[in-house]
Design a protein around this ligand. Structure first.
Ligand code: FRU
Length: 491
């Protein structure tokens, strides 16, 4: 089917129930529906939006095109949860039905104000020449869940010196003032973020660009986020147009952060260290954070990337969100850990202690398609070792630690149905052993894996599309042996 502009920009109301039912049954017949991740009922999910804790619940919205696995007219879809684990679908949050968001309710964030949750987002519009005109807009959610949009946008112009790539406001409050950063492209086609302030979320003043050390780092910065953690400033953004460099920047677009002094809101300067990728896998983009009632800084990302076709496309849907991660700062880096609440998913438990050498080792009860597994490798005298998972005769996804290069390597060459992408099938990242040990904490779902290395020093997130029968787990070591201690819980 060819996705013409007309088909891409249909409102949901224009679509017949029969058409929706056909699409839904295609989706329901997909062998790669996830079991514990947030995924769309039909169509395409992308960025997490409006992540917040409000009125005793976690709220998350996501960019949603309901009608197929393509980037058409975007809605905000609403999900909520009491525990960050079990999410309830709550229907459409923001519909793109006004002149200021006629071509999509694009990404944005949420903040509580006067007992309501304010959603600040980009209204994407296109004129008759298909030129973009972005607006920044507000929708207000009450405690009973109803969401109302304002009649007019709160920011209607792009300031001089920037192009129409101007979107994804992230809002926060300091004292009595609200601040928002927006992802932007300068007229010279480089990416940056700009700062606005507001006393009431309705009237906004353009404060200027935030100066960083990255004057020429890609052509657009999408989905910026700023927060302070353990007395430091963290600026997250997703730059487009970065060339690969060694093991880094291997995906079509990147997602990472700089850490440094707190953002100087008067001078609009951020002093910071190097740009660090948040995730070293194949499928991670446009993350957003929030703070919850216990003061935790939580992050959720889109487990997908733009402009890449995925095997689920043929079943009428694409993508999911990552599990939530809790952030902390250690030695000048962000540490990301799966939220503790996920432990509530643990069912049947299996444990092993073993010596792994040159034979592939399978262990009783270590199988499955949806599980959590923690492996500690020590007494390492092999040159490499690791885990093959979601295996069968023909399929395997392989995680290797290369002792000589000191690198963790994820190989999805033989994971199953291949992803039609020119960006390769192997990802690597450097990682030292810790007291001669390495800890691998993984969350495997029907079509994904999230791997936390050494308690969150690195995270590797990837979609994989194995057959349902590929349930094996095998441990291996070459030229020597390692001692393995592992525990696994079915989910
Ligand atoms: C990032 C992004 C955002 C935009 C949204 C549209 O994936 O391109 O910049 O607001 O997706 O769906």
């Amino acid at each position: 089917m060819e996705w013409t502009k007309e088909l891409l920009y249909r409102q949901l109301e224009e679509v017949s129930n029969e058409e929706l039912a056909v699409l839904k049954s295609k989706v329901d017949n997909c062998p790669w529906r996830q079991s514990f991740h947030i995924q769309p009922n039909t169509g395409l999910l992308n960025d997490p939006n409006g992540f917040s804790y409000f009125n005793g619940e976690y709220h998350l919205f996501y960019q949603w095109f309901p009608l197929g696995p393509v980037h058409g007219l975007k809605y905000w879809y609403h999900v909520k949860s009491k525990d960050l684990v079990h999410w309830e679908n709550d229907g459409i949050g923001v519909k793109p039905n006004k002149y200021y968001d006629s071509h999509g309710a694009y990404s944005g964030s949420a903040i509580e104000h006067k007992n309501n949750l304010y959603l600040l987002y980009t209204g994407n519009t296109r004129d008759e020449h298909w030129v973009r005109h972005p607006f920044q807009c507000i929708a207000i959610m009450g405690k009973r869940g109803g969401i109302t949009k304002l009649d007019t946008p709160v920011i209607s112009d792009v300031p001089h010196g920037y192009t129409d790539h101007f979107r994804d406001p992230k809002v926060w409050k300091v004292g009595e003032l609200f601040y928002a950063i927006i992802g932007a492209q300068r007229s010279n086609k480089t990416g940056c973020v700009v700062l606005y302030s507001s006393p009431d979320l309705f009237k906004w003043t353009f404060e200027g660009e935030i100066r960083t050390k990255m004057d020429s780092f890609g052509y657009m910065w999408e989905c910026p986020d700023y927060f302070e953690l353990q007395n430091q400033g963290v600026l997250i953004f997703s730059p487009q147009g970065i060339e690969p460099e060694g093991d880094k920047y291997q995906n079509i677009y990147q997602s990472g952060y700089v850490l440094g002094k707190k953002l100087d809101l008067l001078q609009k300067v951020m002093e910071h260290g190097e740009f660090i990728e948040l995730d070293r896998g194949f499928d991670f983009y446009a993350p957003q954070t929030t703070i919850d009632s216990s003061g935790r800084r939580l992050l959720v990302g889109w487990m997908g990337l733009p402009e890449i076709k995925y095997p689920t496309d043929q079943n009428g849907w694409a993508h999911c969100l990552t599990i939530p991660r809790e952030l902390s700062v250690q030695n000048g880096k962000l540490i990301q850990q799966p939220v503790k609440e996920l432990e509530s998913l643990r069912k049947q438990e299996a444990r092993t202690k073993n010596i792994i050498n040159s034979e592939l080792k399978m262990i009783n009860s270590f199988t499955g398609t949806s599980y959590e597994m923690i492996c500690e490798f020590k007494n390492i005298d092999a040159s490499e070792f690791g885990i093959e998972f979601r295996t069968s005769k023909k399929e395997k996804t392989v995680l290797t630690y290369d002792v000589i290069e000191k690198k963790v390597i994820l190989d999805r060459t033989f994971s199953g149905k291949t992803i039609d992408s020119p960006f390769g099938t192997i990802r690597k990242c450097s990682q030292e052993l810790k007291q001669d040990k390495i800890k691998i904490h993984m969350f495997v779902d029907v079509s994904s894996v999230e791997i936390f290395i050494n308690d969150g020093e690195e995270v590797i997130t990837s979609r994989i599309f194995p057959k349902g029968e590929s349930t094996g787990i095998r441990f291996f070591a070459s030229r020597g042996s390692v001692k393995l201690q592992a525990v696994k819980w079915d989910y």
